[in-house]
Design a protein around this ligand. Structure first.
Ligand SMILES: [Fe+2]
Ligand SMILES: [Fe+2]
Length: 168
C-alpha cells in the first residue's frame, strides 16, 4: 500500500549543513518504510558510491546550491525527487540486467517504479523524469527539477573522483 510521506520542513535561510543532512536521512527513512529504496544500496553508481548514496548526494548538493544562491524552493519535493531520481532498481554496470538504452530510458523507468511505491506530486515526478536533460527531449519544468538536473551532473563527476557527502 502506498504511504503518505511526512513533509520535510526546512528554512533554507537558516538551515545548517547538519540540519539539511538530517532532513535527507529522515526522508530516506520514510521512503524505506513503504518502498524498495533499500535495493538501491546494493547497486554501484559511480566509483565506490552506491545508487542510494548518489541520490542522497544529489539531494544534499541541490539543497546547498539553493542555500548558497539564497533562492527559496520546495525542499520537501526537492529531497523526495532527488532521492528517487535513479529509482530504476537494477545494476546498470551489468550488461545482462541493464536496459540497452539505459542513459535515455532510466528516468522513465525510475518514475514508473516510484509511482508504484509512493504518492508523488507533479513536481517530484518532474524532478525524476527530466533529470537527464538534455538527453531527455523535454526540459525540467520547475526550479527544483532544474537544480537536480545540474546537481546530478556535478555529483556524477565528484563521486567518480571519490567525493561522497552522504554515506549509507
Ligand atoms: Fe539518472
Ligand atoms: Fe543520478
Amino acid at each position: 500500500m502506498k504511504q503518505e510521506l511526512t513533509a520535510v520542513r526546512l528554512d533554507i535561510r537558516t538551515a545548517t549543513k547538519q540540519e539539511i543532512l538530517a532532513a535527507i536521512r529522515q526522508k530516506a527513512k520514510k521512503l524505506e518504510k513503504s518502498g524498495r529504496i533499500c535495493m538501491t544500496k546494493q547497486y554501484c553508481q559511480h566509483g565506490d558510491c552506491s545508487v542510494f548514496e548518489h541520490c542522497a548526494n544529489v539531494a544534499y548538493v541541490s539543497c546547498m546550491l539553493f542555500r548558497q544562491m539564497h533562492i527559496d524552493a520546495d525542499f520537501d519535493a526537492l529531497i523526495t525527487g532527488a532521492l528517487l531520481h535513479d529509482y530504476f532498481l537494477y545494476d546498470w554496470h551489468n550488461r545482462q540486467t541493464c536496459h540497452p538504452a539505459h542513459a535515455v530510458y532510466h528516468p522513465t523507468l525510475a518514475l514508473h517504479n516510484a509511482r508504484k511505491d509512493y504518492q508523488l506530486t507533479p513536481k517530484e515526478e518532474d524532478i525524476i523524469l527530466h533529470h537527464m536533460f538534455p538527453l531527455t527531449v523535454l526540459p525540467p519544468k520547475s526550479r527544483e527539477a532544474w537544480m537536480v538536473c545540474l546537481a546530478d551532473k556535478l555529483c556524477a563527476m565528484t563521486e567518480t573522483f571519490g567525493k561522497v557527502w552522504v554515506r549509507q
